[in-house]
Write a protein that binds this ligand. Sequence first.
Ligand code: NZQ
Ligand code: ZN
Length: 388
Amino acid sequence: MLGNFSYHNPTKLYFGEDSLGNLKTELSNYGNNILFVYGGGSIKKSGLYDEIIAILNDCGKNVAEVSGVMPNPTTEKLYEGINIAREHKTDFILAVGGGSVCDYSKAVSVSIHCDDDPWEKYFIRFEEPICEIVPVGCVLTMAGTGSEMNGGSVITNHEAKLKIGHVFGDDVMPKFSILNPRYTMTLPKYQMCAGIYDIFNHICEQYFSGEDDNTSDYISEGLMKSLIHASRIAVKNPQDYEARSNIMWTATWALNTLVSRGKSEDWMVHMLGQAVGAYTDATHGMTLAAVSLPYYRYIMPYGLKKFSRFATGVWGISAEGKSDEQLASEGLSAMESWMKEIGLVMKISELGATEDMIEGIADATFILNGGYKVLDHDEVVQILKASM
Ligand code: NZQ
Ligand code: ZN
C-alpha cells in the first residue's frame, strides 16, 4: 500500500538542442553577482564556456568563477568556493557541468551565509539549512546523477575517508536546469557508461524494496527498459541523438523524487559504492557497477518476489516452468550480461581497491534498513570480498 506523501518538484527544466536560449530570461530573475562554477575544463574544450560567458556579458552580469571542481568534489574545494562566493557577494550560482559541479554548487549555496562548518553541519550531523540559501541554476553536461532536479549533494572528505551525501529539500534544488543532450556527446565512453549505470542503479535502489503492487514499480520497469534499449544504441553510436536524449531524460526521472513516493527504498549499493569511492576516488557509476551483483545475489533470497518480477518485467524472461529462485537468478544473469556488454567495471580491484582496504571500506559503509535484508558488518565484508 502506498504510504502518505507530498510531491512537489520546484525545478524548471528546459530540454533539447535549443534549451540554452532560455538562460538569459532565467538569469533576469536574479541579482547581478553571478558565481560561475565548472569542472576541469571539458566545457572550455567543447566551446560551451565561451557561449555561457557571452550570455552572461550580454546580461550585464558581474561574474566570478570557481573552476576545477573535480569528480567527487572535496571538502577543501568546498571551503575554497565558499570564500570566493562570499567575497563576490554572490546572488546566484550557475553550475555548468556534471553531477559533481551541480552537487558542489548546492553545497556552496547552503554554506555562504552559514557560520557553522558545512561538512560537520550538513554531512555529519545532517542538519537542514536555516540560513539564507543562494539560488542555483544548472546547465548539465553529463547524464547520470539526477542532480539537475533533486536536492542531493555528495561531498568527499579524504582526510576522514568518507564520502557522504545529503539530500536537501526543495529550497536547495536547482531553480532551473538546462538539458541539451548534444552537450553529453563529448563525454568519454567510460563516463557515458558510468552515467548509464548510475541511472540504472538509482532505479534499482527504489525498486528493490517493499512487496507492494505499486505504480512506482511499473514506472521503474519502463524507465529501465528505455535505458537498456538506449544504452545499447549509444554504446555502438555515441552520436545517436535519440538515444542520448532518452538517456538524459531517463536520468532526470530516475532520481527526481517521483519514483520513490510512498514506498520504501534500499540505497545499499550506493552506500557500498560511496565507501569504495572514499578509498579509491573512483568514478561513481563504476563503483556501483562493481559491487552490484555480489550485493543483489546476496539479498535475492530475501526479496525473491521482486527479483522474479525484475526478470520478467525488465528482461522479458519467460516464467514458464521455473521456480522463483531460478527466474530471479536468470534476471540477475541477464543484467550481468548487459553490464558486460556496455563495458562496465565489474570488480572493485579494477578501481584501485586492495585487500587491506576491505575492513576500512566496510567501516565507511553506512548500513541502511530500507532494503530486503539489513546487513551486518561481516556481511558487508563478505560482499566487498566477492566484489574483488
Ligand atoms: O570536470 P570536467 O572537465 O567537466 O570533466 C568531467 C569529469 O571528469 C567529465 N565531463 C562531464 N561532462 C562532460 C565531461 N567530459 C566531456 N564532455 C562532457 N560533456 O566527466 C567527468 C565526471 O563528471 P562528474 O560530474 O563527476 O560525473 P557525474 O555526473 O557522474 O557526478 C558524480 C558525482 O555526483 C554524485 C557522485 O557521488 C559524484 O560525487 N552523485 C550525486 C547524486 C545526487 N545529486 O543526487 C546522486 C548520485 O548517486 C551520486 O552519488
Ligand atoms: Zn548514483
